[in-house]
Design a protein around this ligand. Structure first.
Ligand code: ASP
Length: 315
């Protein structure tokens, strides 16, 4: 057994550990833990504590992947709903589809009994409005929201305010390897923007035979590189976990145009190894780790990817 999650996971990590110890299915254990993260306003990037889009509306993303069946459920830009990882799980269980977005996702939530909740924390609303007042001219403020938003997206969208998503990866007592993610996405994003967290293959991927990976930070890069899937595929082709992660980092480093910033990769393999590495993220990145030999979960420091010292293919 193993549980790996990013630093935002603290409100739900212990709960997931306890469930795993009691032989819970990994997906169920992680959805329960992430629901606790989503409900905690102190986590300023996920659920209640997250940040709204340019219009001051919360639109959350989440994804679930069962690495044994390789079934996926996800929701993108879903308004008025919490917990969204649990909603993504229901998409997986109840529908012939993999992903629902926007109003369709909300409709489904209503059909299965999720309450309508604007998920907008008072402090997030205040900070969002302060920012608009600084960025918009008086005429634009008066006409808001009936103004073109696209010209604002370069100046007002704020990926750095979003320090993270929450991502959980586990190998459960049945040796199943699974992944779950949840985020409010970039602060002040363009309405309808969907990040990598609900995109299987980009923000998360799991295959019980080989391993799992999940990304945080700049989804606009991991979606272009298919980062999470590329790591699991490299494991399938026999590369070590470190080499698989370094190859994905090297690929991100090849992007020279478009929006470029930091990415953090979290990954585990079927042999019980784990890797957390930061690609050009400022500051120290931390993550939570637990395996049964440990008396309690530990907050550890991620490796900084260094292209000069990257693990070579095949090693
Ligand atoms: N990866 C997320 C997104 O692009 C945001 C983050 O993790 O900071 O929506």
């Amino acid at each position: 057994m193993i549980l790996l999650a990013n630093s935002e996971a603290w409100p739900g990590f212990d709960q997931t550990v306890e469930l795993l110890k009691n032989n819970a299915y990994g997906v169920d254990a992680m959805v329960a833990g992430i629901s606790a993260v989503e409900r905690n306003v102190k986590v300023r990037s996920v659920g209640y504590g997250g940040w709204p889009n340019m219009l001051g509306k919360m639109e959350c993303d989440a994804g679930v992947m069962d690495g044994t069946t390789r079934e996926v459920g996800s929701v993108g830009a879903v308004p008025d709903t919490l917990p969204v990882a649990a909603l993504a799980h229901e998409v997986m269980k109840r529908l012939p589809h993999v992903m629902l977005t926007g109003e369709g996702a909300r409709r489904f939530a209503t059909e299965i009994g999720f309450p309508v909740d604007d998920v907008l924390y008072e402090d997030s609303k205040r900070v969002w409005w302060d920012r608009l007042q600084k960025e918009l001219l008086p005429d634009e403020l008066k006409a808001f929201p009936d103004i073109p938003l696209a010209p604002l997206s370069r100046t007002i969208t704020d990926p750095e305010r979003v320090r993270d998503t929450t991502v959980f990866l586990a190998q459960d007592s049945a040796m199943g390897i699974h992944a779950v993610t949840s985020t409010s996405g970039w602060a002040w994003k363009y309405p309808g923007r969907v990040g990598d967290s609900p995109i299987a293959g980009a923000g998360f991927y799991a295959d019980s035979r080989y391993g799992a990976a999940a990304c945080t930070h700049t989804g606009e890069m991991t979606m272009r590189c298919g980062t999470a899937r590329s790591i699991v595929l490299a494991l399938r082709f026999g590369h070590s976990l470190r080499a698989a992660v370094d190859m994905a980092m090297e690929d991100l480093g090849q992007l020279k145009t478009g929006f470029l910033a930091g990415v953090v990769i979290h990954a585990i393999d079927a042999a019980g190894n784990h890797e957390v590495a930061s690609f050009q993220c400022p500051g120290e990145i931390k993550y939570w780790f637990w395996e049964p030999t440990m008396s309690k979960p530990e907050l550890r420091i991620a490796r900084q990817y260094d292209p000069q010292r990257a693990t070579q293919r095949g090693s």
